[in-house]
Unconditional design. Structure first.
Length: 386
């Protein structure tokens, strides 16, 4: 009996699957969309699967979402149509975040395009489609290792806490507050790092150093300033004493670095790339909000949203005379409001007592932060000179 396959990706990337399906007498259709976001492909995938299919092959190599989001979407599609999911992945090792997230959803069929030839991929495709890997004794070695790594990582995950910081809109101080919280945790003796978990991009004028016209905040920082440590292959910098990460595909290694806290900067909550699922799972949650005419409606919307009632509200640019009135208007959310002082340099902790109230923690001994030596030069004095 012939099988029907759906390939989600370009025809060029799925040509090996087309050739093998044609040789086997199977039907294969393509879902080609001009997007790097699997969430935007769901409607077209569902429409293509309406007349039934045995398997859906996903070219996951260009997806920009977090691994857990990709796995969630693929799992929901499988529940809807029953088709077996098969993922093309660029690497297949125990620390591959997407493989780990998929295994947690019982998605276990992968084709490693980082090794072998299209002929090898065809053989793997047939083994996946025909059920060879469904038998436990036939499970590939790399998925067995990934399962073991997932178990070890789960134990490690229980040993650290996460902090999520999101903003009601752009230019509301989200990145500054995420960095301030990281600095506060370090000052209390905890090992904490800042993670750029958003799609905010800024114009890049240093094309000779990085050819992209737009880059992230941390990518821009490493080009502009003299930083202590710069490891672009890991997406890691250490700037003014803060450990900071900007490559999402390298985050799986953080569990092995013995951090006490991971502080995530999620960007704006209404942006398409906002990872609400991850944010709601964080141990501590904060929203950066405002009270002026352009910001107030968004603040009330967040404060009244049932999903975010466990998130505290940080006001970064609010006059002291207006704070009591704001709390009165927010009613039940008033006890979740914190007002910060002017913070021109996000790397310098402005108000230790404020952050102690926001995150009431006991000081940890034996891991005190080594602060960078004070310099007389201001921030601009640390600019790189080419």
């Amino acid at each position: 009996m012939g099988k029907r396959l759906i390939f989600v990706g370009t025809r060029s990337s799925g040509y090996f699957a087309y050739e093998e399906a044609t040789a086997k007498g199977w039907e294969i259709d393509f879902v080609e969309t001009d997007t790097n976001h699997i969430k935007k492909q769901v409607a077209e995938i569902s429409a293509a699967a309406e007349k039934g299919c045995d398997a859906i092959i996903y070219d996951s190599r260009n997806y920009l979402e977090d691994a857990e989001v990709i796995a969630d979407v693929i799992s929901s599609i499988r529940r809807a149509n029953g088709a077996k999911p098969v993922l093309l992945v660029p690497t297949a090792n125990e620390k591959n975040a997407l493989i780990g997230a998929c295994l947690n959803k019982d998605i276990k069929l992968f084709i490693n395009t980082g090794t072998g030839t299209p002929t090898d991929w065809k053989k793997e495709l047939v083994l996946c489609i025909t059920g060879h890997y469904d038998a436990e004794e036939n499970e590939p070695a790399f998925t067995k290792k990934a399962r073991e790594y997932n178990s070890r990582k789960k134990i490690k995950n229980e040993s650290y806490l996460t902090v999520g910081v999101a903003g009601s809109c752009h230019r509301i101080g989200t990145t500054t507050q995420a960095m301030q919280i990281t600095r506060y945790l370090n000052s209390m003796g905890y090992k904490a790092c800042y993670i750029e978990m958003n799609e905010n991009r800024y114009r890049n004028s240093r094309i000779l150093l990085d050819p992209r016209e737009e880059i992230s905040f941390l990518e821009k920082s490493r080009l502009l300033f003299d930083i202590e440590i710069d490891e672009p292959e890991r997406g890691y910098i250490r700037n003014q004493g803060l450990d900071m990460y900007y490559k999402l595909d390298a985050l799986s290694e953080l569990q092995d670095l013995n951090y006490d806290f991971l502080v995530y900067d999620y960007g704006v909550y209404s942006d398409k790339g906002f990872n609400k699922t991850a944010f709601l799972k964080d141990s501590y949650k904060f929203f950066c909000v405002g009270a002026n005419a352009a910001e107030a409606d968004l603040t009330f919307e967040i404060a009244e949203n049932v999903s975010y009632r466990k998130a505290d509200l940080i006001f970064s640019f609010t006059a002291e005379a207006d704070r009591e009135d704001i709390c009165e208007q927010l009613k039940e959310a008033a006890d979740r409001c914190y007002f910060t002082e002017y913070t021109p340099n996000p790397y310098v902790l402005t108000d230790l007592e404020l952050y102690r109230n926001m995150l009431p923690l006991e000081e940890k001994t034996g891991n005190e932060e080594v602060l960078p030596k004070k310099k007389k030069k201001g921030l601009l004095g640390r600019l790189k000179h080419e």
